[in-house]
Design a protein around this ligand. Sequence first.
Ligand SMILES: NC(=O)C1=CN([C@@H]2O[C@H](COP(=O)(O)OP(=O)(O)OC[C@H]3O[C@@H](n4cnc5c(N)ncnc54)[C@H](OP(=O)(O)O)[C@@H]3O)[C@@H](O)[C@H]2O)[C@@H](O)CC1
Ligand SMILES: Nc1ncnc2c1ncn2[C@@H]1O[C@H](COP(=O)(O)OP(=O)(O)O)[C@@H](O)[C@H]1O
Length: 498
Amino acid sequence: MGSVTIAEMLAAESSAMADGWTEEQLLDLAGERLGRAIGRYFPHPGTVVGYLGKGHNAGDTLVALRILRDEFGWDATIRNAWPVHECSPLVRKKWDELGIDIPLEHPPSSADVKKPLLLLDGLLGTGTSGPLREPLSSLAAEMSSLRNHSGARIASVDLPSGINADTGEISPDTVTADITFMIGNAKHGLLTASASSVTGALAVVDVPPLAASGKSGLGIVSPQTLPFGKSPRPFDFHKGQAGRVAILAGSEDYTGAAVLAATGALSGGGGLITLFTPRSAHALVAARCPPEIIVRGIENPMEMSGLRYDSLVVGCGLGEMNDTWSAALTDLIARTEVPTVVDADALNHIAKTGKTAILNDRHILTPHPGEFARLAPDLTGFSREEAVVRFANRVSATLLLKGSRTLVTAANQPVFCNSTGTPGMATGGQGDLLTGVIGARLANGDTPVQAAALSAWLCGRAAEIALNERHLSEESLAPSDVSHFLGAAFRDWKSADR
Ligand SMILES: NC(=O)C1=CN([C@@H]2O[C@H](COP(=O)(O)OP(=O)(O)OC[C@H]3O[C@@H](n4cnc5c(N)ncnc54)[C@H](OP(=O)(O)O)[C@@H]3O)[C@@H](O)[C@H]2O)[C@@H](O)CC1
Ligand SMILES: Nc1ncnc2c1ncn2[C@@H]1O[C@H](COP(=O)(O)OP(=O)(O)O)[C@@H](O)[C@H]1O
């Protein structure tokens, strides 16, 4: 499903109203679902402060505050830009229903509130016109200061106040959110690369009467919008059906990359995982691998030919290769008959040898921006969205371009933006784990685009869940922590609980 423009969102609202929905029913439904989505995302209740403008975005926020207080145990309070009598009639009604008579007159003092402190940005929604004006810009600055100096987190309602939700253009005072809960549909401008610095992670709050399919070629990876990967395994399922994953990874210098890829394949649902690694690294890799992984030391990747597997993963931690390994790796990638994830040093190998002609629709390429620039130096002047489309069409492969807003596409397909993840993932090894998860999903029969999109979502979600553990922080989060929470991420995908 493509993301929507504001005009398409308003058309969806008109169509819902033509079907008999009232404005208030839509706002109540949106606000209640929003409140529950926030309550699940921030599972430890503390103090939540709703920052209110005067439009319906404030109305959604008021309803969500009620849900967070009554169903999730948060202390709820309000900071308002305008006196209640200047707000829209529906906002006044929702304010009454919340029953908070006295809003905060000063910024919440982090010393006096129950922690954690969560700020809901309900200053502006789709009724935004131009850059933030007073009194909203002062409240936006206050939120920013609380985030930067007092450990507050910010959840934006529908969009970060100050952004243009059609173009992604950011005005100077735009609120910087940790996560943005988009009401009903993903908003086109919020998926653009420039917007990710203020939206944070993204979530879609499912509001069925407002669901619309936009004309944009940009979609979002979320359980609300993608209809696969939700069914339980059949009761008589066996490991052969979960698939055999073969991984060619590691070297004396990079043993961990191989271990993480294998761990990703295991936690991602692979049935039988065999890790092939240079013989010189075998003892070290085997000692660090989970016991479920079969580890084979090889002298030459040609030893893998003729073996039976359902997906192949190549590249993590292979390092610099001699001529024999280079030639064999090219051969393995070119001749593969199963879906094959090409990552890290295998991508560098293709860039160095210029052999992009060996790529086809069986390949899933997973470059980070540096690797992508090496593969496609001529595309550096294009936006990320434009560059992935051009490159995927050029090589006919599936492409996952990593980043805070990871993109997934394939030849002649829409571009999907991942919605999960956190800056805590900026640590070496997160990509190796992801590669292994993709290998497992492919072995389970997902299409290349499904496997890449779901795996990016799962790794990002697992990282978010890990950060709710009190002993972890953005600074301390490691790929091995993320792997521990892949199971919880699968549960959230299946139940669309994020
Ligand atoms: N669409 C749907 O189906 C549903 C939508 N829903 C929700 O409603 C939200 C949209 O609500 P909305 O239309 O009331 O607009 P919203 O942004 O809250 O306020 C606009 C007010 O702000 C002001 N203002 C504008 N720009 C400004 C600026 N730069 N700086 C300062 N002030 C500025 C402007 O005041 P004015 O300038 O006109 O005096 C205007 O009065 C939407 O995002 C979603 O959350 C849900 O309830 C479910 C159904
Ligand atoms: N700020 C961020 N927000 C969300 N995801 C991130 C962020 N930074 C990194 N990631 C994710 O972490 C992974 C890093 O991969 P990569 O750079 O290949 O690491 P490595 O090669 O060291 O394993 C990618 O999946 C990327 O999308």
